[in-house]
Design a protein around this ligand. Sequence first.
Ligand code: SF4
Length: 529
Amino acid sequence: MSTTPLPPAPNRPNTPRTYAIRTLGCQMNVHDAEHMAGVLEAAGYVPAPAPEGHAGQGAIHAQGIPVADVVVLNTCAVRENAATRLYGNLGQLRAIKAERPGMQIAVGGCLAQKDRDGIVAKAPWVDVVFGTHNLGSLPVLLERARHNQAAQVEIAEALTVFPSTLPTKRESVYSAWVSISVGCNNTCTFCIVPSLRGRERDRRPSDILAEVQAVVDQGAIEVTLLGQNVNSYGVEFGDRGAFAKLLRAAGTVDGLERLRFTSPHPAAFTDDVIEAMAGTPAVAPQLHMPLQSGSDAVLRAMRRSYRAERFLEVLDKVRAALPEAAISTDIIVGFPGETEADFADTMAVVRAARFASAFTFQYSIRPGTPAATMPDQVPAAVVTERFDRLVALQNAISEEENDKQIGRPVEVLVAEGEGRKDAATRRVSGRARDGRLVHLALPASGDGRAEPRPGDIVQVEVTDAAPHHLMADSVLAPGGLFEVRRTRAGDAWQRAQTGLPEPRRAAGLKLNLGPATTPRPDTDLADPA
Ligand code: SF4
């Protein structure tokens, strides 16, 4: 905690108030934070400077306790210890607020949706609590809290305005999230999402494609389509083929080089989606396919409707169509009732699947989920021991798979603030087309070759590998591969640094998905007309 009194938060009408958003959670939360930033800036707030040691993270970040006139904690109810982390953050903010009259604290996201006025009861110094369905109310609630000198708690039970219609402040100019649906119709027993985000609501295809076109016009060359269960897209308007059609249509957007999506569900991952991936050059050779468990008994208890064999069949089909695809996954270890034999099944599927990487989680109780009250909770020590074995296995596989990349050319989209920044060895980092993290050396300073900007593309050769990244130091070898392609995304990044205006946008693209993918008017949340 700071011992130096902080400057008071400005309360004068002509002084813009600053904001900072701390996001704890998944990609959906990160994208929600972009909407929160957008609505705050539309209401006249300005981003607070990034905290010391977190340069480049702007007003939306995951590290450090931000100091601003308005601090928004964007919470997660899925991750472990979410409540402990929230109240830990709020404790630190209480001390900062005591020294900074006029400062306001808002709590949003899944935990706010779940705990509601319980948050103000436990932390009465909180000014605003808002839910996942009413992000757009944030500025009004802040204003009302200031005017009434009383905490405002507003939680909407259902979505009335699709968040994508809200103003959006994107953190990256070269890579953008585009939401295709919110909510989920599944009932996985470990997951709080269905009860907090509600049933799946699908955006109209033309709205999604218009947003993809808009972000590409603004400089993005990479787009990730986002939903809790992307391949069920279309369920709301009765078109089972809608996601494949959407991929093909988004792939025609001129200038879009890398199209990704997250997360699909193995149960409904149909051949038409695989064909669309393989037949659409812009779709990146990457797939995140959550396994969760390799035991059929545990999958049944999780209420995941596929089985291990079906999961591996999907992977085989993807690899037959896209041999270069890097496939990643999520796995939960120690779900209630998991036996040693169940865990052995998971290890066997992991050996067979040869994931490029895996997000591995130790099961722990999430209040409000069906699994929380299941019998046969696995003792923590057992969970940890299994988890360590799984991580060791997956790390070995990841390293073997990454070793296969050594000697291959790789196309890297240079990122800002990702991975290691090593001033001494002059390295930058970015992602390969298949999503692998790559650290690459730059030419010696003064050798006259162009250096890439964030958003530019570099062709280099992989020279070394580790479980979680590739090294591509080919520029250091005489005649080694190092080709920079300056992109519109790099231009956009540069303009953003210098504050130059955007060039005029290209004319909008006419996209026709055919009548089958046009939702009924009553499912079209995005268009009030
Ligand atoms: S598919 Fe399952 S894990 Fe994923 S959001 Fe829906 S309920 Fe949760």
